[in-house]
Design a protein. Structure first.
Length: 256
């Protein structure tokens, strides 16, 4: 593998780690660059390598957030444990169903997220007094522990972003705490998909470990900025990431 390609992939992994730590959406950067840089490599190997890099960065960000802000560990475990199985199921289904099946649903969900965040300027800027009723907690688990992990294993990009918005909207957390809690849930989500993809195809271990180190560096920087600059900064990054995800889906539809 040429040194230029390795350097490109390491930079992409670092940028992806930064986005993932702040508000999710790192898959928008990392996976497309892998596919462009290694066009002859089997898709399963690229997906497995992407997950190895992503889970390393997510773990680094989770530790950084846990040390410096309050994380809802109980909720993260309740959602994160089923997320392992559901993301694994999504990864297994990835080889049997075309991603185009989910694209309209994902686009609609992202558009709803964008409209909600732009229309409600105070959303996630500060915690609200929403009572965490059983119904709300059940809804959070259904979204972050079941639906989104399956999507993460099946397609991937945007999972962390939608988890943050789900926690903010349903439980009234601010964006910083929502991002912190989502990292623990996403660990389970990435783990399930990683195990299935690694079992299905050959992992590019040397490349994956190098990208994991770069992703962890980006995640550490991103988590630090999110904590220093607060929820208003996270809100701006969220709007940018969701807009880019929508643009990517639109381009995918045009060239399909």
């Amino acid at each position: 593998m040429d040194i230029e390609i390795v350097a490109l992939l390491l930079v992409a992994a670092a940028v992806a780690g930064w986005f993932d730590a702040v508000v999710g959406g790192g898959g928008l950067v990392q996976l497309p660059v892998l596919m462009l840089a290694l066009p002859s490599t089997p898709a399963v190997s690229l997906l497995a390598t992407d997950k190895l890099s992503s889970i390393s960065g997510t773990a680094c960000a989770a530790v950084t957030f846990a040390r410096r802000t309050k994380v809802d560990v109980r909720l993260a475990l309740v959602s994160g444990i089923p997320a392992v199985a559901l993301s694994g199921a999504g990864a297994a289904a990835a080889g049997t169903l075309p991603p185009e099946v989910l694209r309209p649903v994902v686009a609609a969900a992202l558009m709803a997220v964008l409209v909600l965040v732009v229309a409600r300027r105070d959303l996630g800027v500060a915690p609200t007094s929403v009572l965490p009723s059983r119904a709300r907690v059940a809804a959070v688990v259904a979204v972050t522990g079941v639906a989104l992990p399956f999507y993460n294993g099946f397609v991937g990009p945007g999972t962390g972003t939608m988890m943050v918005v789900a926690l903010t909207t349903l439980l009234g957390t601010d964006f910083t705490r929502g991002s912190a809690t989502s990292k623990l849930v996403n660990l389970g989500s990435n783990l399930g998909a990683l195990l299935v993809f690694a079992w299905q195809g050959q992992m590019l271990w040397m490349l994956g470990l190098g990208m994991a180190a770069a992703n962890m560096l980006g995640s550490r920087l991103g988590a630090g900025q999110a904590l220093r600059r607060g929820s208003r900064f996270v809100r701006v990054v969220l709007i940018v990431v969701v807009s880019l995800l929508l643009a990517r889906l639109a381009v995918a539809e045009l060239i399909r």
